[in-house]
Design a protein around this ligand. Structure first.
Ligand SMILES: Nc1ncnc2c1ncn2[C@@H]1O[C@H](COP(=O)(O)OP(=O)(O)OP(=O)(O)O)[C@@H](O)[C@H]1O
Ligand SMILES: [Mg+2]
Length: 256
């Protein structure tokens, strides 16, 4: 894998309509990037339904949300008031919430925060995740539909915005909206679209994709992904498949 980031962490955020394949493609990207043992990869599951952990076969013992709630409770009970004490507790808890498997680390965010509450805790968490990311070559964030959480909850800095859509008009409209919102809200370096679950090249030809969406390529409907999902098997166990080859090409297109 070329060091296209010149030693800087590449932070990929996967966005798109519900059910288009964000989680499957996130897991596939984690597999591809981690296949070079020199790469350290952090996978962040920002979906409350924790789908990425299942796709990667990783057991979640604690989420960032659990840590946040514990701290809020401690503050409520009068057990932690000092900022330095809070910071050291959070720092320790965050590293203990990281699940590590060889050169892959995994962090689950859990439920979305309640609007407007516990600002200080949320800021500290965001800073901790950002500083944690510095220890990795690649961070892959699998999100819920929409960009807002990446912006607000997880981290400010996404370097690669990966839009995911199927061939449907609805899916493409959603990525267009996400792209428009992101252009105003976040300071990414590159953005590109992956079309997922297409039947063949003919289907791709029929789609007219606006150039500003920067289509990186298309992923075929792949029985390996389907059957691994049905059996609950980890995508990390797939060594090669048509989808994996196509995802590799898309990553190359965006310089990763
Ligand atoms: N290229 C593919 N070939 C075959 N099946 C696929 C492919 N990509 C995704 N799928 C299947 O499509 C379904 C939805 O995929 P996935 O869960 O990755 O979507 P998602 O965008 O993360 O959904 P959600 O918005 O609910 O989180 C899953 O059953 C998955 O196995
Ligand atoms: Mg998902």
């Amino acid at each position: 894998m070329p060091d296209s980031q010149n030693g800087k962490t590449a932070i990929l955020a996967m966005c798109g309509k519900g059910g288009v394949g964000k989680t499957s493609l996130s897991a596939t990207i984690v597999k591809i990037l981690s296949s070079n043992p020199n790469n350290k990869v952090l996978a962040i599951d920002a979906d409350p339904a924790v789908g990425l952990s299942t796709a990667l076969g990783i057991e979640v013992s604690k989420t960032v949300d659990d840590i946040r709630n514990e701290l809020i409770k401690r503050v409520g009970d009068g057990k932690a008031t000092d900022k330095a004490e809070m910071l050291s507790m959070l720092d320790y808890e965050m590293f203990s919430a990281l699940e590590e498997h060889k050169n892959i680390a995994f962090l689950a965010i859990g439920r979305p925060e309640k609007e407007g509450c516990y600002c200080q805790v949320n800021h500290i968490l965001k800073d901790l995740i950002a500083s944690m990311a510095d220890n990795f070559d690649y961070v892959v964030i699998d999100g819920e539909a929409g960009i807002e959480q990446v912006n607000r909850r997880v981290m400010e800095k996404v370097t690669h915005l990966i839009l995911v859509s199927d061939a449907s008009r609805k899916g493409l409209n959603v990525v267009q909206t996400i792209k428009d919102v992101s252009d105003d809200a976040i300071d990414y370096e590159k953005a590109g679209l992956i079309l997922n679950r297409l039947r063949n090249a003919e289907e791709r030809e029929k789609l007219s994709i606006p150039p500003e969406l920067n289509c990186l390529g298309w992923i075929p409907e792949d029985d390996t992904i389907r059957s691994f999902d049905i059996e609950g098997k980890s995508i990390l166990e797939i060594d090669d498949s048509p989808a994996m080859a196509a995802v590799k090409n898309c990553l190359r297109e965006i310089g990763l």
